[in-house]
Design a protein around this ligand. Structure first.
Ligand code: NAD
Length: 357
């Protein structure tokens, strides 16, 4: 029976990337029925909301989604659809594997990291108060002179509950994938209550995995320098939301850029797979951007659907195309378009599918 999967092509370069993914997944031989629904700036113009109700309803039904990138206008306009989806479905864990693939030009030779980012709390919780609002005034009064009167305010909640489940997720991932070490990243020397709680809870969770998975801590600023200087020392990283977001792009840079960085958003009921990169609106409709990140996200999705063999073949086809370097996009030093790179991957896959028959 076909797997039921919600497909959100997104906006910007999302739809052209989603088209490639559909073709490549079909070439693995795995039957997927895509329930295609629209979210983002394009549907906003038509129906007045960037996140129509049928999107969440579809994911609640299928429990699995593949999502293209969605634009979030800066400063004004709507709140991030990406953040809203993760919160609405309680997709609390964002798992982002970062490894160097053959054929991808990077400054490094050895990087194989997995970032596990908390997805629902921290400064991304969406509890913000505008300059001059009543709420901001009340908080400013509580700040006893530490906050200027014309400040806008964002609240940073970090809970024991949220930390426990994200750290447990990182350790469970480490155990399931034969990884040796989890590093908790925070800034507890400055934010003693919020980031301090993150470490306190992480240490408790780590005790349950003693003897199986090593545990260590790094302050986020030091972590940035360490990752740039000696990324090979690190394995699984677990971070609160904001640090996780920033370090995800840093780690994508270590392994060759946003074009090759996939991700998974996992909850206890539902899962949504998406690339680390955004909608790259300047390349919209130009058949230019690299489909690999969304394809590798689809590969994570196939693993989640227990289609491990298809996932492995798909990854190998992507590796073969990147290693040959003939049909790769501009960011990998080639001249192929999104579609041409996708077609080359389909071609490789159809050969392995043929060999299997
Ligand atoms: P971006 O990731 O869209 O693009 C930054 C640059 O990275 C691009 O200009 C391009 O040079 C490169 N790039 C991105 N994707 C690529 C690909 N597949 N192949 C090759 N090169 C690629 O980041 P941005 O410009 O900061 O954000 C654009 C919009 O996307 C914003 O509105 C932002 O909020 C949104 N965004 C969405 C998501 C998401 O949907 N999960 C994630 C990040 C950003």
């Amino acid at each position: 029976m076909a797997h039921q999967v919600t497909l959100i092509p997104g906006d910007g370069t999302g739809p052209e990337l989603a088209d490639v993914v559909k073709k490549v997944v079909a070439a693995t031989g795995v039957a997927v029925h895509w329930d295609q629904v629209e979210a983002g700036v394009d549907i906003m113009e038509k129906v007045g909301t960037p996140l129509p109700d049928n999107v969440v309803a579809s994911i609640r039904r299928t429990h699995v989604a593949l999502k293209g990138p969605i634009t979030t206008p800066i400063g004004t306009g709507f709140r991030s659809v990406n953040v809203a989806l993760r919160k609405e479905l309680d997709l609390y864990a964002c798992v982002r594997p970062c490894r160097i693939y053959p054929g991808v030009k990077t400054r490094y030779t050895q990087v194989d990291l997995v970032l596990v980012r908390e997805n629902t709390e921290d400064l991304y919780a969406g509890v913000e108060f505008a300059r001059g609002s009543e709420e901001a005034k009340q908080i400013i009064a509580m700040g006893k002179g530490k906050i200027r009167p014309d400040a806008a305010i964002s609240i940073k909640p970090i809970s024991a509950f949220g930390t426990e489940r994200i750290v447990r997720c990182a350790f469970d991932y480490a155990v399931a994938h034969g990884r040796k070490k989890v590093t908790a990243v925070s800034k507890a020397n400055i934010m003693k209550f919020t980031d301090g709680l993150f470490y306190e809870v992480a240490r408790e969770v780590a005790k349950k995995y003693e003897g199986r998975v090593e545990y260590e801590e790094r302050l986020v600023d030091n972590m940035c320098m360490q990752l740039v200087q000696k990324p090979e020392l690190y394995d699984v990283l677990v971070l609160p939301n904001l640090y996780g977001d920033i370090l995800s792009d840093l780690c994508a840079g270590l392994v060759g850029g946003l074009g090759v960085a996939p991700g998974a958003n996992l909850g206890d009921r539902d899962a949504m797979f998406e690339a680390v990169h955004g909608s790259a609106p300047k390349y919209k409709g130009l058949n230019k951007v690299n489909p690999t990140a969304l394809l590798l996200s689809a590969k994570l999705m196939l693993e989640y659907l227990k289609e491990s063999d298809a996932a492995r073949r798909m990854e190998q086809a992507i590796i073969d195309v990147m290693r040959e370097g003939k049909y790769v996009t501009y960011d990998l030093g080639g001249q192929a378009g999104t579609r041409e790179m996708g077609d080359a991957i389909v071609e490789k896959l159809s050969r392995t599918a043929g060999a299997l028959r």
